[in-house]
Design a protein around this ligand. Sequence first.
Ligand code: SF4
Length: 147
Amino acid sequence: MSNVTRLPGPIAEVWDWQRNGACRGRDSAQFFHPDGERGASRARRESAAKAVCITCPVRAECAAHALAAKEPYGVWGGFTETERIRLLAAGWEDAAERGRYRVDVRRLEARLGLPARLMSGAPSAGLAAQHRRSTRRPMTRVPVTMR
Ligand code: SF4
């Protein structure tokens, strides 16, 4: 279960990043595993979700949120739930900016020993804009405090 007591209050600027997520309008099933999913199926789905995250202009904010809230499920900020457990155990706050609303995702990826091909680069402006324009479905990953 997410730990919402660690999250900031309902301050619009703090949560605004969610409106620019590259996953906005996408099927959330790509980011959250169905019951019983394991092995190669899970690895493929997570890899596809991470590929979206790598293009995301708000990845640093998303990863900070997931770590601060201890989001138990899904891919957030390009990190799987297993990777976030490792980061929570190893420590992540030293990679966070003041206020803990953003993290240095490259530093955290390095801490996990992720291969360079998974390292994020600058978000593709074209892809990010394309995702921002997508309004097929509202983002369904709104934290409990915003409902
Ligand atoms: S980093 Fe990934 S999960 Fe987070 S908002 Fe961006 S695309 Fe969505």
